[in-house]
Write a protein that binds this ligand. Structure first.
Ligand SMILES: [Fe+2]
Length: 531
């Protein structure tokens, strides 16, 4: 049964959750029928994403009991659809309202809200909040982009990956918010689906179980979104999103599970995981509304004449793991050129043929000064010398799909993509790499620059083992796996400066941050130089 939340309830909420009241809010809210809510429906905060020149998407999810263990009442909600009001203002005090409206929170999508906003002015900040009954969300900040082709002199953006809640506090997110970037790009492993499986855990996933059902994934996202540092980053910085494997299952590829599940069975799990991902992310429903096990994630985003981001999906359309049929080879493993013919199979792809065609077509039409390719994993070749002297390759990143990588880099070169920069994550370490069509030919020109961010909290790979491989990989300019943190980019017309920021200690919720290393890419000259 729907009732209005009483004004007394609102002030109780306001005291408990720091909510904001205003006469305008009360007047607006009373016209909306809302469920009786005893607790803050906006416990998971707010987020904005996918900015365009005239709008963006605004996100929240109604969750008065965010970690409800009852699958029938996700987030503590019951009943039918709910109309949630939003306000968009040109000032942080929400006095100059530029737009008001309502969006529907559907039960089938866990009462999440994805409000696509259009018709705003280009290239300016906006502030927003959601209203339900007498409750108001925190105020979030977002900005429209300059019109396509309009001059933009500077863009500051962060990129992040691999935040395992159990392995540390999200201080890196807090410090990134402190930097006040224009944009944050999440490159995957936003959650970890497993639980209690890793050494050094300092806090627990709330249900203590591996997420594999819709309810399980929903609760995992809800727990992460209750983290104050992550919640603040989303409220203050608009996001672009892509995923890696742990949003579904470690090392999955397309319909192929690490654990050799029947594809049809695994796709049911993938559908649950993708649906929960959509429910918690600022994704535009006009593109990204999930359909069963499918969700269109890849998209291009333009920031005036300065930058275009091609955000890629490295998981959904991926060919199965190299030599997957061999016992115990369902996930990443080492293969040599001699041991596994799949490594040279040109029909295998990280992106899938349709996404590849879409990407390369975009290269031909790109007009921005800088072109950022945002995806989940290490692209550069990494020769891993084994104890017997042979060279092995990790099958679970682009090294497991060499022809697919060669196509990507060849297309960048042949279509003359301006100032191409690849950003990635997944490997829990900082990397700066020269990308070449032929990594084995010292004369092969550098066609793009790669920056990989370390993890927010997840353990890094063994430093000394990886460092010993670097002489076989002269295109690697920097590697550091002993630090957790994020990357921050200051992009101008003439140069891209990338700072690797490292937090002092992930087990300390008050961890400090410092700059580990900075690199510069000059416009027109691929390859990074030490700053
Ligand atoms: Fe990861």
């Amino acid at each position: 049964m729907k009732t209005l939340v009483s004004r007394r309830t609102f002030f109780h909420l306001a005291g408990a959750a720091g909510l904001i009241a205003s006469p305008a809010l009360i007047g607006c809210a009373e016209r909306l029928a809302v469920p009786a809510l005893k607790r803050d429906p906006f416990s998971l905060g707010v987020a904005a994403g996918e900015p365009s020149a005239d709008g963006f998407v605004l996100w929240t999810r109604l969750a008065p009991d965010p970690l409800s263990q009852d699958p029938a009442t996700p987030g503590g909600m019951t009943g039918g659809p709910v109309q949630v009001a939003y306000e968009i203002a040109t000032d942080p005090q929400m006095r100059q309202i530029a737009r008001k409206g309502t969006a529907t929170a559907e039960p089938g999508f866990a009462w999440s809200v994805h409000a696509e906003i259009a018709g705003l002015q280009p290239g300016r900040p906006y502030w927003y909040r959601f209203l339900l009954g007498d409750a108001a969300s925190r105020v979030g900040r977002v900005a429209t982009t300059p019109a396509a082709g309009a001059a933009l002199d500077r863009l500051k953006f962060g990129f992040v990956s691999c935040a395992n809640y159990e392995l540390g506090y999200f201080s890196a997110y807090r410090h990134l918010a402190d930097e006040n970037p224009d944009l944050v790009v999440f490159l995957g492993d936003y959650i970890y689906e497993d639980a209690k499986q890793r050494r050094g855990a300092i806090r627990e996933h709330s249900d203590g179980a591996t997420a594999s059902t819709l309810s399980g994934y929903r609760n995992r996202y809800a727990q992460y979104r209750l983290d104050p540092d992550l919640q603040r980053l989303h409220a203050e910085v608009p996001a672009l999103m892509t995923w890696d494997d742990h949003e579904v299952q470690n090392d999955y590829a397309g319909q192929w599970s690490q654990s050799f599940d029947e594809p049809a069975k695994f796709l049911e799990r993938r559908a649950a995981a993708y649906r929960a991902y959509y429910e918690h992310m600022p994704l535009r429903p006009s593109r990204a509304l999930p359909q069963g096990p499918n969700l269109r994630l890849h998209e291009r985003f333009r920031f005036g004449d300065l930058a275009e981001f091609s955000v890629l999906d490295g998981r959904q359309y991926r060919s199965k793991e190299a030599c997957y049929s061999r016992p115990n080879k369902g996930g990443g493993h080492i293969e040599t050129a001699d041991s596994c013919a799949d490594l040279q199979d040109p029909t295998r792809s990280v992106l899938g043929p349709q996404q590849e065609a879409w990407l390369y077509d975009g290269f031909s039409r790109a007009t921005a000064r800088w072109n950022v390719i945002a995806q989940d994993q290490l692209v550069a070749e990494l020769k891993e010398r084994q104890k017997d002297g042979t060279i092995g390759y990790w099958t679970e990143d682009w090294n497991g799909y060499p022809p697919s990588r060669k196509r990507l880099l060849t297309e960048i070169r042949d279509r003359k993509l301006a100032n191409p920069v690849v950003i990635g994550g997944d490997i829990h370490s900082f990397w700066t790499n020269d990308l070449k069509v032929d990594f084995d030919d010292p004369k092969s020109p550098i066609v793009a620059t790669e920056f990989v961010c370390t993890s927010i909290t997840s353990h890094g790979p063994p430093h000394d083992t990886f460092a010993a491989w670097l002489p076989d990989n002269p295109h690697v300019k920097f590697f550091e796996s002993r630090k957790r943190g994020y990357s921050l980019v200051d992009l101008t017309r003439n140069r891209m400066t990338t700072h690797y920021r490292a937090v002092s200690e992930v087990t300390d919720p008050q961890a400090t941050v410092s700059t580990l290393k900075s690199f510069v890419v000059e416009s027109g000259k691929p390859g990074a130089q030490s700053a």
